[in-house]
Design a protein around this ligand. Structure first.
Ligand code: DX5
Ligand code: ZN
Length: 217
């Protein structure tokens, strides 16, 4: 069954604990935690202290998406703050340093992911495919919730599913950006098994219903 990872970027930060409890009760699989530094993307969101608090408040799987420059600098901090999985942007540093960040995360006992912006070709992440637990395809320009799904990224999802089937069949394939009841089935048909959803979950009053709808139930 497809996994749903609500992005708390669209939650009410003043009541984050109860927002997360609601998605847990609603059957969400992961909490998607977007970290932005105002450099790699033109927005600033949340970071290590918020992750620490959230870790204390929930036993849910914390899927941390780092949209920051040179993320290797913060691997230890995010891992010890309670991330279960840390995903790195291939564009955020040299290939060597991103690989080092991935390996360091694994050494610290956490899962890892690699991700790419819409304009980045699949070839850029190929060297990482056998090293990660998850590949994340961005279907909007990273930085903000509530943008429209870029359908031209669907072939990228299919291509990555093909490549993963060959080199790392257990690897998860996640999609992030503009996922709603219309676009979710397109992602799943292309081979995705984890759907990030910000506004299409937290923008709805009944989160359980929103999560079930994304699963196609
Ligand atoms: C955007 C973030 C997304 C965002 C998705 O840079 O990575 O996780 O919260 O929001 P929606 O689902 O509203 O497009
Ligand atoms: Zn994200």
């Amino acid at each position: 069954m497809v996994k749903i990872a609500p992005s708390i970027l669209s939650a009410d930060f003043a009541k984050l604990g109860s927002e997360v409890l609601e998605i847990k009760r609603g059957g969400a699989d992961y909490v998607h935690f977007d970290v932005m530094d105002g450099e790699f993307v033109p927005n600033i969101s949340m970071g290590i202290p918020v992750l620490k608090s959230l870790r204390k408040a929930t036993d849910m799987f914390l899927d941390v998406h780092l949209m920051i420059d040179r993320p290797i600098r913060y691997v230890e901090a995010f891992c010890s703050a309670g991330a279960d999985l840390v995903t790195f942007h291939v564009e955020a540093d040299t290939q060597e340093n991103i690989l080092a960040a991935i390996r360091k995360t694994r050494e610290l006992g956490k899962k890892t992911g690699i991700t790419l912006k819409p304009g980045t070709p699949v070839e850029a992440v190929e060297p990482f495919l056998s090293e990660v637990d998850l590949v994340l395809v961005m279907t909007v320009e990273p930085g903000f919730g509530g943008q429209s799904f870029m359908e031209d990224q669907l072939p990228k999802i299919s291509r990555l599913r093909q490549l993963l089937d060959q080199v790392n069949p257990d690897c998860e394939l996640e999609v992030d950006g503009g996922v709603d009841v219309r676009t979710a089935p397109l992602c799943v048909r292309a081979g995705a098994n984890v759907l990030v959803a910000g506004s299409s979950v937290f923008g709805k009053t009944d989160r359980a219903e929103a999560i079930a709808a994304l699963r196609g139930e």
